[in-house]
Write a protein that binds this ligand. Structure first.
Ligand code: G3H
Ligand code: 13P
Ligand code: NA
Ligand code: ZN
Length: 328
């Protein structure tokens, strides 16, 4: 059944758990997420980016999400638009039946100039006005996602800022967050706390304090009724990197956010945890291994089924680690 992000995250806050938000682009991802949720009795956030809409086409994407709810009617599902770049984009998703939208005004009008607070407030507030009139939730973003180790935004997916970021830009300011929430009325707020998008977050094995947990605590204390969102939360599984590289891939040494750090974030107010890269890596590893081991095989269903299983295992692990399991 379709529920709003606000409904789900209010429940998560009350019961001290986090919810992974997985990106969907195709049937296999959608099925992997739903089968994992079904197996662990978890609620679901599935989110679609502009890239997903371009890849699948809006009608197919919407139909995939609807099919998920038809096949698994007992699973609560939030259908969320990831990184909407304007109120108009949010409006189209609302018309398409999404129950939640992200208005990401954190990169300014040109999509690459961080820290234009007034612009961010103005577009986010417009999105909230529209969405709330339709019972749809809104996630905003304040701050600039980027690795505290490298200062890089992880821009390869086209969503991050361009160039090196200063330490100041890499952490959301708690006072600004309070002002932003008051001015916009967002239900959830994506914050910058040391994560970045994509597979190249950290070049060395991350130590215990790779995220700014203290900053998360300060922000949560300042806006306790706004659900915090952690983008760039893939853990970049080393076992899948090894599989990819064993079977013809060439991915350099790289590390993601340790699950234990995300759990600490959840203990301090993080409720929505965005994960895309981990499912991409698992999917690619499964395809490479299957085709290398079965060179005569040409039925795509054979290797696509392997991607579903690989992604499903990661979803199950995250539902369990974030304490989402059993909360549906
Ligand atoms: O935050 C970005 C997500 O990983 C979506 O990536 O725009 O390539 O679909 P995408
Ligand atoms: P990852 O690239 O770490 O999976 O993050 C995805 C994300 O934040 C989508 O909005
Ligand atoms: Na989002
Ligand atoms: Zn993101």
């Amino acid at each position: 059944a379709l529920i709003s992000l606000r409904q789900l995250l209010d429940h998560a806050a009350e019961h001290d758990y986090g919810v992974p938000a997985f990106n969907v682009n195709n049937l296999e991802q959608t099925r992997a997420i739903m089968e994992a949720a079904d197996a662990t009795d978890s609620p679901v956030i599935m989110q679609a980016s502009a890239g997903a809409r371009k890849y699948a086409g809006a009608p197919f994407l919407r139909a995939l999400m609807e099919a998920a709810m038809t096949e698994f009617p007992h699973v609560p599902v939030v259908v969320h638009q990831d990184h909407g770049t304007s109120p108009a984009v949010c409006q189209r998703s609302i018309q398409l039946g999404f129950s939640s939208v992200m208005m990401d005004g954190s990169l300014g009008e040109d999509g690459k100039t961080p820290m234009d607070f007034d612009y961010n407030v103005s577009v986010t507030r417009q999105a909230v006005g529209m969405a709330h009139a339709c019972g749809v939730s809104v996630e905003g973003e304040l701050g600039c996602l980027g690795s505290l180790e490298t200062g890089e935004a992880g821009e390869e997916d086209g969503i991050g800022a361009v160039g090196k970021l200063s330490h100041d830009q890499l952490l959301t300011d708690p006072e600004e967050a309070a002002e932003f929430v008051k001015a916009t009325g967002v239900d959830a707020l994506a914050i910058a706390c040391g994560t970045s998008h994509g597979a190249y977050k950290f070049s060395r094995p991350p130590t215990g304090d790779i995220l700014a947990i203290d900053r998360i605590k300060e922000i949560h204390a300042r806006i306790p009724n706004t659900h915090l969102v952690m983008h760039g939360s893939s853990s970049v599984p080393q076992d899948w990197l090894a599989v990819i590289n064993e079977f013809g891939g060439e991915i350099p040494e790289t590390y993601g956010v340790p699950v234990e750090q995300i759990q600490e974030g959840i203990a301090h107010g993080v409720r929505k945890v965005n994960i895309d890269t981990d499912l991409r890596l698992a999917s690619t590893g499964a395809v490479r291994r299957f085709l290398a081991e079965n060179p005569a095989e040409f039925d795509p269903r054979k290797f696509l089924a392997k991607t579903t299983t690989a992604m499903r295992d990661i979803c199950v692990a995250r539902y369990e680690a974030f304490n989402t399991a059993g909360k549906a």
